[in-house]
Design a protein. Sequence first.
Length: 472
Amino acid sequence: MPKIIKYIIPCLIGISIYLMPIPPEVHPKGWTLVAIFIATITALITKPLPMSGVALISLTVAILTGTVEEKEAFSGFASNISWLIVLIFFIARAFIKSGLGKRIAYHFILKFGKNALGLGYSLVLTEFIIAPFIPSSAARSGGIIYPILLSVTESVGSRPGDHTARRLGAFLTQVCFHSNYITGMMFLTAMAANPMIQSFALEQNINISWSNWALVASVPGFLMLMLIPLFIYLIYPPELKVIKSSSEFFKEKLQSMGRVTKVEQIMIAVFTLMLVLWVAGDKFGINITTTALLGVSILLISKVITLEDIVAEHEAWQTLLWFSILLMLSQQLQKFGIILWFSKLLGEYVIHLDWIYSLSAIILVYFYTHYFFASMTSHISTMYPAFLALAVTTGSPPLLAALVLGFVSNLFASLTHYGSTGGVVFFSANFVPIRKWWLIGFLASIVNLLILAIFGTVWWKFLNIPGLLPGF
């Protein structure tokens, strides 16, 4: 595509939306923001400039048109989510630099590394085992799985941003990314916003417990975990399908590393501390971002990483730039009530439908509006209560509606590269181009929703929803 066309297409789309009649319920600035946001997303796909450049231009347009005030325009840079992403990059760098990441990777490959698909499923299994105990998909993806992923791909010569990316890294990145949100769906304690969903449901007299969440999600979630790696393997296969002579080769590599070094011991201690605080930090008033900041500070003091390492982590700083701006635009869309207006509009169309059709429409709209969000929490807090109330009003079984909307509140994060913290981290590894990322995300969403609709329905009928089980 000629470069001038890459500029023209986003501009034409943005101007077209801007010139449309403004719905009477929508603030004019809100409609202008919709045009800017959609033009920005289009430009991220056509790529006339790197993502950070596109984001800066969008920020400039939003300020110059008076759509966003200057004090609000830079609010995304003050978000703890933005800084958590940056800190995760530093922690991953420490894993690699210390040599601990390589040691873990060699063990991983020796255990599961006969082929690429086996490695994919081993990472899925790791994700599944730790998910119930770490109440943050960001902590699991960025703090645990991401460093292992980078170390494994480095060990087999698959590096981001060059011709070796498709060797193994691109495939494993997608597997880790999608499995992170499937496991988040399966347990009430596996994603930070899940307890918020529980409280929103309780406000509407719907009681969600850890056990009924896990039971209702178990069968469709397990099927998704089993199918998604194979699905990605078929549509986006790695070039390195079989790792020949992996046992002897990597056993020699591991032996050549010798005993665990002092630097690795420090890294293990810091990682253990972060793991404990990610699990139980809320009891001490320490959130996930503060935990990551504490870990990075200890790594700096112990000289596992240096200030030069932090400054040289260019991908982290570029990610901070584009994600903070997208987060701000997304937050402003909520401020102007665009999402609430859209919710009311949907209600007018589904209110007279049979509950099964209205619930299906509500779920689909709720799911795919995540294209407009750069945060799972903001999407849930803005739309979940309203959509749950609408579902119940149209006759949907309350517990079923509350749980299924909770499940898709995790699954919709896999649509884009900017819709969640884990997505930003995995995408910024630079293994998968943005167009391919979006295409796989959309196709995977269809697979996951079909599993919910078909196998989930069979399982839920077996459980006798809405009654579920006696005394449940």
